[in-house]
Design a protein around this ligand. Structure first.
Ligand code: AMP
Length: 279
C-alpha cells in the first residue's frame, strides 16, 4: 500500500492512475479504523483502486468537542488497511483546512437533526469532503448509512457540484448486540457499551410497531422517546423523516427513516433505522 502525505502527491498519483485507465474509489475517514470502515473499503475495492484518507478534520469539531482526544492510531490503521489490501492511504500531515477561506454549506440540512446540536459541524464535513473530492476526483465515493444525515448531504453536494462522482451508501455494521460500530464507542466503559445496545433494540422495536400497522409518527416517536428515557439515555432528538430528509412525517410511510441521537454517560451515540412494512 502506498502512503501519501501531500495533496500535490495524491493529485499526481490520481492522474497516473486515470491515465492507466483505472477507476478510483475513495473512502474518507477520520481513522481508528474498525469493521464499519472495513465494510466501506471492501465495497470500494469492488469498484476500483481504493484510496483511503485518514484526517481528523478540525473544521467539523465544535468548541468543547473532542478534537484533541479523538482516538488516533496511524500504525494500527496502516496494518488494518494493508490486510484489507487498500491501494493508497492519504494521511495529510499538515492541517489542510487551516487556510480554507471558502466554506460549503447546505443551509437547510445543516440545521436539522444533529446540526441543531453541533453548530458548524456539517459545514466542516462538506468543506473537507469538497476539498478531498477536488484533489482526488474519484469515480466513486463510499459513505456509511450510520451517519445518514452526512450521507444525504454529501449525496446532494455531489449532485450539485460533482455529478461524475457516484456516491455509494454502505449499510451500518454493528457489534453482536446491535450497537453501531463507531470510533467513539471507545469512550464507553464495558458496562455502558453493553447497555448501549439497547439504543438500536429500541429503534428496532419501533420499526416492528410500524410494521404491525402503527403509522402515527407522533405515537412512534413517543414510544421511542419513552423507552429511551426508561433505559437511561439522554435524548438529543427522535424524528421520523422521509428518506431524503426533506420533511418530518406525520403519517409514516413505507421507506421512511427513524433517526435518533442520544447520550449515555456523556458519550453521544447516533443511529437510525428504515421503517419497512413486510407484512
Ligand atoms: P469516520 O471515520 O467516523 O468519520 O467514518 C468514516 C466513514 O465510515 C463514514 O462514511 C462513516 O459513515 C462510515 N462508518 C463509520 N462507522 C460505520 C459503521 N458502523 N458502519 C458503516 N459505516 C460506518
Amino acid at each position: 500500500m502506498k502512503i501519501v502525505n501531500k495533496i500535490e502527491e495524491i493529485k499526481a498519483l490520481n492522474k497516473e492512475l486515470k491515465k492507466a485507465g483505472e477507476k478510483i474509489s475513495f473512502i474518507p475517514t477520520m481513522g481508528k479504523l474498525h469493521e464499519g470502515h472495513a465494510a466501506l473499503i471492501k465495497e470500494a475495492l469492488k469498484y476500483g483502486k481504493a484510496i483511503v484518507s485518514i484526517y481528523v478534520n478540525p473544521l467539523q469539531f465544535g468548541k468543547g468537542e473532542d478534537y484533541d482526544t479523538y482516538p488516533r492510531d496511524n500504525d494500527g490503521d496502516i496494518k488494518f488497511l494493508e490486510e484489507l489490501k487498500a491501494d493508497i492511504l492519504f494521511i495529510p500531515l499538515e492541517n489542510i483546512t487551516a487556510e480554507t477561506a471558502t466554506f460549503v454549506v447546505n443551509p437547510y440540512l445543516s440545521n436539522i437533526l444533529c446540526g441543531l446540536f453541533r453548530p458548524g459541524h456539517f459545514q466542516g464535513v462538506l468543506t473537507i469532503i469538497m476539498k478531498l473530492f477536488s484533489a482526488i476526483n474519484p469515480s466513486f465515493a463510499f459513505f456509511g448509512l450510520k451517519d445518514y444525515q452526512q450521507y444525504i448531504m454529501i449525496k446532494k453536494m455531489a449532485e450539485d457540484y460533482y455529478p461524475d462522482i457516484k456516491i455509494v451508501p454502505v449499510p451500518t455494521v454493528r457489534d453482536t448486540g446491535g450497537l453501531a460500530l463507531s470510533s467513539r464507542n471507545l469512550y464507553l466503559n464495558e458496562k455502558d457499551r453493553k447497555h448501549a445496545c439497547n439504543f438500536y433494540k429500541i429503534l428496532s422495536n419501533t420499526a416492528s410497531l410500524f410494521n404491525s400497522g402503527e403509522i402515527s409518527a407522533e405515537k412512534l416517536t413517543l414510544f421511542t422517546t419513552l423507552e429511551l428515557i426508561k433505559n437511561g439515555f439522554h435524548i438529543d432528538y427522535v424524528k421520523i423523516m422521509d428518506k431524503e430528509l426533506a420533511y418530518e412525517k406525520k403519517a409514516t410511510e413505507n421507506g421512511d427513516i427513524l433517526l435518533s441521537a442520544v447520550r449515555l454517560s456523556g458519550v453521544r451515540l447516533i443511529d437510525n433505522i428504515f421503517l419497512v412494512r413486510t407484512e
